[in-house]
Design a protein around this ligand. Structure first.
Ligand code: SF4
Length: 250
C-alpha cells in the first residue's frame, strides 16, 4: 500500500484521493462513520457533529476535515462513542421524536444511528417543545417536531431543485425550518413531490401523504440491517408508487 495516499482508520489503511475528506475516503472504503447532516451528494455542512473522530488526539468533524497521509483516525474509542451518544441524546430531547407513532420508524436515520451507537435512553430531560405540523401541501406533510435542522433539504432545494424552498431561521432552541411562500405555509411554496429536497430528509419531518404506513414496521430499511451496512436513508427512501395528489383541500 502506498502510504503517501493513505491514512489509518481504526488500524486500517484507507486510501484517499486529492480533495477527499476523511468521511469521503472512509465511505468509499466501506467504513461507516455515523452522520446525519452529511450526504455525499452535497457539500458538507459539519453541523450535526455526529461524525466526530479522533485525529492525532483531537476531536474533529470527519465530513469537513481533508484527509492527509499518515493521519491516525480513531472512529470507535469509548470517548468518541460517548460524545456521539450525548449529541444524539440532545437531539432526541430537543425535539419530539415519538418513534413508536412515527411512520418513518424503522427507516429513520436518527433512530438507526441511535441503535448503532447503543443509545439506551435519552438520559437528559425532555424539552417537549410546542411545534406545529404543516399539512397545507397536497402531497407532503411537514412535522416540525421531527426536524433535526440538518439542512439537507435546504441544500437540495438550492443546489439541485434550484428553488430555495427551505431555510433555517432563528437561533438556538428557537431555530426552525421556514418555507419560501407568500403565507409561510409549505402548500404555497414551489415544492413538488419529485423534488430532491423531499427525498433527502434523514428523519420523518418531510413525509408523503397517502403512503404513511405502507411498509409495515419490521420490514423497513433498518429493521433488516444496521445503518453501518445499509447506509443513508436518502438513497432508499423515495416511495416507488406514483403519488396521488389530494386536491380536496383546494
Ligand atoms: S426537514 Fe429533514 S432534511 Fe430538512 S432540515 Fe429538517 S431534518 Fe433536515
Amino acid at each position: 500500500m502506498n502510504t503517501e495516499n493513505t491514512f489509518r482508520l481504526d488500524g486500517k489503511d484507507i486510501p484517499f484521493k486529492k480533495g477527499d475528506t476523511i468521511m469521503d475516503a472512509a465511505l468509499r472504503a466501506g467504513e461507516y462513520i455515523p452522520h446525519l447532516c452529511h450526504n455525499p451528494e452535497f457539500k458538507p455542512h459539519g453541523s450535526c457533529r455526529l461524525c466526530v473522530v479522533d485525529v492525532n488526539g483531537r476531536h474533529q468533524a470527519s465530513c469537513t476535515l481533508p484527509a492527509e497521509a499518515g493521519m491516525e483516525v480513531d472512529n470507535s474509542s469509548d470517548a468518541i462513542r460517548q460524545r456521539r451518544e450525548l449529541l444524539l441524546q440532545m437531539l432526541f430531547v430537543e425535539g419530539n421524536h415519538t418513534c413508536p407513532a412515527c411512520e418513518k420508524s424503522g427507516a429513520c436515520q436518527l433512530q438507526a444511528v441511535a441503535y448503532y451507537i447503543g443509545m439506551l435512553s435519552p438520559h437528559l430531560t425532555h424539552f417537549f417543545p410546542k411545534r406545529s405540523i404543516d399539512a397545507s401541501h397536497p402531497d407532503i406533510v411537514f412535522y416540525h417536531n421531527r426536524c433535526i435542522l440538518c439542512g439537507l433539504c435546504v441544500r437540495a432545494s438550492e443546489q439541485v431543485d434550484r428553488k430555495s424552498v427551505f431555510a433555517i431561521s432563528g437561533r438556538g432552541i428557537d431555530s426552525k425550518l421556514v418555507f419560501n411562500s407568500p403565507d409561510g405555509k409549505l402548500g404555497g411554496s414551489e415544492l413538488e413531490f419529485t423534488d430532491k429536497a423531499v427525498e433527502v430528509c434523514p428523519v420523518g419531518a418531510i413525509m408523503p401523504k397517502h403512503l404513511g404506513y405502507e411498509t409495515p414496521v419490521g420490514q423497513r430499511l433498518y429493521d433488516t440491517k444496521p445503518i453501518s451496512v445499509v447506509g443513508d436513508v436518502a438513497a432508499h427512501s423515495k416511495p416507488e408508487k406514483p403519488f396521488i395528489s389530494d386536491k380536496s383541500h383546494e
